[in-house]
Write a protein that binds this ligand. Structure first.
Ligand code: AMP
Length: 214
């Protein structure tokens, strides 16, 4: 089953996607991760998108649709989790077309609902393992006292360049202007499920499981 995790920055999409990768052998397609990879590998595309990402703006539809298109040729295992894609109506249309071309569709679009004050608090407290990208949060999921990543044992943690209040404001604006219309779009297509993204991590996971097991 292919699903979309939809929600503002900090809603917990990445954390839940990783849980599904482990529990259900699904594949996480995070356009944010793909773009960060391009950014750090210093490719021409990476250089072009780096500044846009640091400002908290969206990169062009053409670039992200191209990234997703490439990944659809790979093995889809237990299904794909679109994490942070689509973020515009044009991307949503392109995804429907790409999936149809592969004889596939969407099993669920899950909106993770959270309130904006909580998002800001979550994001400024966020850190990631420098080695495997596991996400931690000073408040909800602190780095273990041993100082070692629970997934890979590495001991270095970083903060994302765009996890500061200024770019977060821009990311929220982009979300409300360009991404939130997707909620109505998928609702009208009868594909939308909503969950409480503010519950604790396991409870959010259980809400998602109930939708996938339906
Ligand atoms: P994320 O890790 O999903 O929060 O994405 C980080 C940044 O990457 C965003 O603020 C955008 O600049 C860019 N980005 C990620 N996914 C997309 C997308 N689907 N469309 C446009 N820009 C994106």
């Amino acid at each position: 089953m292919n699903i979309i995790l939809l929600g503002p920055p900090g809603a917990g999409k990445g954390t839940q996607a990783r849980r599904l990768v482990e529990g259900r052998d699904m594949i996480q397609l995070s356009t944010g991760d793909m773009l960060r990879e391009a950014k750090s590998s210093g490719t021409e595309m990476g250089e072009r998108v780096a500044k846009i990402m640091d400002r908290g703006e969206l990169v062009t539809d053409e670039i992200v649709i191209g990234l997703i298109e490439e990944k659809l040729n790979d093995d889809r295992k237990g299904g794909l989790i679109f994490d942070g894609f689509p973020r515009t109506l044009a991307q949503a249309d392109a995804l429907a077309e790409l999936l149809a071309r592969h004889g596939e569709d969407l099993g669920a679009v899950i909106e993770m609902q959270v309130d904006d004050d909580a998002l800001v608090k979550r994001i400024v407290a966020r850190s990631v393992c420098a080695n495997c990208g596991e996400v931690y949060n000073d408040i909800t999921k602190p780095v273990p006292e041993s100082g070692e990543c629970t997934q890979c044992g590495a001991t270095e943690f970083t903060r994302r360049g765009d996890d500061n209040e200024e770019s977060l404001k821009q990311r929220l604006l982009e979300y409300y202007k360009k991404t939130s219309p997707l909620i109505g779009y998928y609702y009208a297509k009868n594909e939308l499920d909503r969950i409480d993204g503010l519950a604790d991590i396991d409870e959010v996971g259980e809400q998602i499981d109930r939708i996938l097991d339906r």
